[in-house]
Each structure stands twice: as C-alpha cells, then as structure tokens.
Design a protein around this ligand. Sequence first.
Ligand SMILES: O=C(O)c1ccc[n+]([C@@H]2O[C@H](COP(=O)([O-])O)[C@@H](O)[C@H]2O)c1
Ligand SMILES: Cc1cc2nc[nH]c2cc1C
Length: 348
Amino acid sequence: MTIQAWWQQPAAAVSESFRQQALARQNQLTKPPGALGQLEQVAVQLAALQQRVKPAVQNPQLVVFAGDHGVVAQGVSAFPQAVTVAMLSNFVAGGAAVAVLARLHGIGLSVVNCGTVTPCEHLAGVIQCPVMPGTQDFSQQPAMSPAQAQQALRIGAEQVERLHAEGCDLFMAGEMGIGNTSAASCLAALLLQQDVVALTGPGTGVQGAALSHKQQVLAASVARAQPLVSSPLQALEQVGGLELAAMCGAFMRAAQLGIPVLVDGFIATASALLAVQLNPGVREWLLFGHRSAEPGHAALLQALAAEPLIQLGMRLGEGSGAAVAYGVVQQALALHNGMATFAEAGIG
Ligand SMILES: O=C(O)c1ccc[n+]([C@@H]2O[C@H](COP(=O)([O-])O)[C@@H](O)[C@H]2O)c1
Ligand SMILES: Cc1cc2nc[nH]c2cc1C
C-alpha cells in the first residue's frame, strides 16, 4: 500500500450547477451577452467555486513568502542578496508596493521567512519558518533535499490553514527572493520540457552581456539537473526555491480547503504549474491576476490555459500584480451582483 502525500488529497468540489445559474444571470443582465468579457467569466467561475449565484469576497488575504537562492553566487541578479531581507523590513513597515496595495484594498498581508541568508528574526511582524539559510547553488548541486522541499511545501499549507480558520475567502501569494527568477526559469524549463534560454529574462533588470551570462548559467544548471529529474517534485528539489515551494504548498492547500486563489506573476505561476502537475484538481481554483513583463511568463500561462485579468507591464513580484487584479475581481463581482436584469429594468 502506498501512503498518499497530503497534497494528493482531492481539491474541493466545484459546482457546475451554480456555474450554469451564474451564467444564466449574466445573460439576463442589461448588456449584450458577453459584453463584459473576462469580468463575466471571473464572476461565473467564483460562483462555481463558492457554490452560490452571487459570489462575494469579504476576507482577501495575501501572504508574501521569502527565500534566498544560492545560485546568486553565479552573478544572475541585478541586485545583491541582502535586498531580500531589506524588503521584508519594507513589507512590515508598510512602504513596499504590495503593502500600499493591500492597505488600499483592505487585503490582509502576512510576511513569511522561508529561509534567508541575512538574519531577519529581529523583524517584528515577520512569521519565522526558515528551512535553511537560502538554497544551495543549483548550478553545482541540488537546491534542497527532499526533506527540505517537503518542509517548505508545508509552510505554505500551514499559512493557508491559519487563514482558512480566520475565514479567508480569496488567497493570494507573493514572493520576495533575489535570484528567484533564475529558479522559476529552471523549474519552468524542467516542468514544461522547454529550452531554459527562451524562458530566461531580465528579472530585476539583467541586460545585455549579463543576460547572456544568466542564460548560460541556467542552461548549465538545467543540463546538470535534467538526468536527475523524473517527477515534478524532483524538479523542485533540484532547481526550485523555498518560497516557490511554499507558494506551491499554499495553492494546493487552498484548493483542498475550497479557497479561490488569485495568482501573481512569473515566479508565482511557476509554483502554480508545479501545484497543478502535483494535483491537477488544483487548476479549477486558480484565477490569474496579470501577465508579467518577464518573457517566460507567457509559456507558463499557455501551459496552464490561463488568461490573466490584466497586463500592465508589471514585473515586480511581491504579489503586487495579484493585488492590482484584485480590484478587477471586486469590480467583476459588483457588476455581476448589482446590475439590473432586463426584466427588472423593464427593457426588452
Ligand atoms: O513576478 C514577476 O513576474 C517578477 C518578475 C521579475 C522580478 N520579480 C522579482 O524580482 C526578484 C527576482 O529577480 P532576480 O533578478 O533577482 O531573479 C524577486 O524578488 C521577484 O519578486 C518578479
Ligand atoms: C527593490 C526590489 C523590490 C522587490 N520586490 C520584489 N522583488 C524585488 C526586487 C528588488 C530589487
């Protein structure tokens, strides 16, 4: 008998009946059918997920997971590693972009240390769950052990369990980690079985010769890891990141607990693809916030058959794209729930 891992438990059921009822409502609202485009689809999807004709989001929560990356020793980021923890301080102080957006929209914000190189225990308000002080340099060796990967997946699951107990009804994950576009590109290459060079972009701003160097380092990293990878979990262990693992665990647990998820940018979507490969039922619970300017995002979205709500040329991470798209979700719900039907308006 094989014992199932926690993430293999099925995702919560989705109601086709409420999907149809919400669709019928959209078609009775005072507009040509389909005229509100994706705003209609997001409201209908949330109706199916929440099992009600008029869905609502009242307790949105965003968790930023942070981790460092040994591969930065190879010179693959435009910024020094110390910025990871410097930004954690900025998140809890309220000055980071995602903190501003969370305040604006009334989104609960939590910040979790999954494993940074710079100590951050002194930062009040940061939830401490360090697995190790950053991953190993995956151009030379596996980023993490199987036990460390499992521990990092559980960090995300436990945050979602905490928020579920507090009544969270929409979950967003953000990340902070200098070097994590390198991890996301390599993970995407292994999961999609595509060339990592085409999935590698500027991240924080690597350009020209420095971008070519990043592409070479990542191509060598994937070449090292590939023969050792025969499952999505092994791809995570070889080239992933602690915060990527935590986001993946969070997405899978949210789907199991019936909490809709709004996915952020390139790194978050790499974690989402991993989650869907580990448990395909998770896909129904994922809404996609934005299309990042990071070039590899398009391939990930395509593989997930995902059409993000907005495209603003953002490439910040932190969950900022999801937080901006959250405003669009609320507009979609306000229209779906608040518009008059043709009968109510006496039209037609
Ligand atoms: O979310 C995105 O699409 C995104 C695209 C490019 C960069 N980032 C952020 O930039 C950091 C990683 O960039 P890098 O160049 O250090 O790999 C990390 O903290 C991410 O949150 C995020
Ligand atoms: C300043 C800064 C802020 C960030 N937020 C997410 N990733 C980031 C990377 C940098 C460099």
